[in-house]
Design a protein around this ligand. Structure first.
Ligand SMILES: [Zn+2]
Length: 383
């Protein structure tokens, strides 16, 4: 495929504004493109206007290597902050600007183009190269959850996730938990507080207990690649009038977990605090967990890693760094598949530009990663 066509495909994907939805338009675009090259694909409907796409190439005999990319992007935010319109991709100084350029339509486009070029070049693949394009990664890895439950992941031997890593091999990342706590009290006139129960005061006790427990954990446990458990209360609402004792307060918090101190332990810690406070007079706290993504860690000496290093060596005679990141990815859902598999996160663009204004990808980086994916697929499946 010509360079200009590759850039056009990436621009087309960015120009489809899939802000937390509308991914079916991307699925249709890729499906139509694949049809031109006789690559069959399957849309897996999620909800109205939302569909994942799964496609395979290869002879189906040997190993199965997955390529994972999400089709949604986050909101561009304040448009005044953008020097270039977020959904009208613009090239300047060999950089392509637009929402999703780095996170992660360049990774997705690179995977799609790599598959097309392998077909164009009639490359032998002794095995299966499988594209998994997902919906709703940014708001809960929804498509990845659906594809995993439906069994699309069960035959994988290895997976590459094309999130932006600036050419590092990311083999571990943190998990993420969101929770909500509601404190119920009793309203009263603020001149007679003894007749009421102050829901805010009770919540303050609860917040302090959780904060001190989480601080203790972050001092005791850390992971060499992903660091410490972090905890933040990010939303608080309570009270309706300044001279009334508040009868209700709600907080929401987010915890980033690590392999060394996983989700189950953190959930239990918070549940215990809430249960113990509820034993005290006048406390009525209700806890729910809204989001629960596991921390993940793959083998950093896996066959997949060896193959990627070999491919990289052929061009640059040095190893790619192996790293951990804090952000979660679709792999947090995919690892729930019946069969364990090796994975690596490796994609064009820089993670630090994700979700930022004036997000961009360097075009040469995008083109290099296409070649890299092709070589990795050939080496992995054929050796
Ligand atoms: Zn992403």
């Amino acid at each position: 495929m010509e360079k200009a066509e590759k850039i056009t495909i990436l621009k087309d994907l960015i120009a489809i504004p899939t802000v937390n939805g509308q991914e079916e338009k991307i699925a249709d675009y890729i499906q139509k493109l694949f049809t031109k090259y006789n690559i069959s694909s399957e849309k897996v409907l999620f909800s109205e206007n939302r569909a994942n796409l799964v496609a395979e190439i290869g002879n189906g005999n040997g190993k199965v290597l997955g390529l994972s990319g999400h089709m949604d992007v986050v909101d561009p935010g304040n448009l005044e902050e953008w020097n270039y319109p977020p959904f009208d991709p613009t090239i300047e100084d060999d950089k392509l600007y637009g929402r999703g350029s780095t996170d992660m339509k360049s990774g997705l486009a690179a995977m799609v183009i790599a598959m097309i070029e392998l077909i164009e070049e009639k490359s032998t693949l002794n095995g299966t190269l499988k594209l998994l394009a997902s919906v709703g990664e940014e708001i809960g890895e929804l498509g990845a959850e659906q594809l995993t439950k439906k069994g699309y992941i069960d035959n994988l031997d290895a997976l590459i996730v094309g999130e932006p890593t600036n050419l590092a091999l990311v083999y571990t990342h943190k998990g993420s938990i969101d929770y909500t706590i509601t404190s119920h009290g009793k309203a009263a006139h603020s001149s007679m507080p003894e007749l009421g129960i102050n829901a805010i005061n009770n919540m303050v006790v609860c917040i302090n207990a959780i904060n001190s427990k989480m601080t203790e954990i972050s001092k005791l446990y850390s992971d060499p690649e992903t660091g410490q458990v972090t905890h933040n209360i990010t939303i608080i609402n309570g009270g309706v009038q300044v001279n009334s004792i508040p009868d209700k307060t709600v907080i929401q918090g987010n915890i980033r977990t690590i392999p060394a101190y996983g989700n189950e332990r953190v959930r239990k810690d918070i549940q215990t605090i809430v249960d113990q406070l509820n034993q005290q007079k006048n406390f009525k706290l209700k806890l729910t967990f809204d989001y629960d993504k596991l921390p993940v860690k793959s083998n950093k000496n896996s066959f997949l890693v060896q193959i990627i290093q070999k491919v990289h060596h052929e061009k640059y005679s040095e190893d790619l760094p192996l790293e951990g990141i804090a952000a979660t990815t679709d792999v947090a859902e995919y690892i729930k598949a019946d069969k364990p598999f090796d994975f690596i996160i490796l994609g064009p663009g820089e993670g630090t530009l994700a979700h930022q204004f004036n997000e961009y990808v360097e075009i040469q980086n995008f083109l290099d990663v296409i070649d890299m994916y092709k070589k990795i697929a050939q080496e992995y499946l054929n050796s």
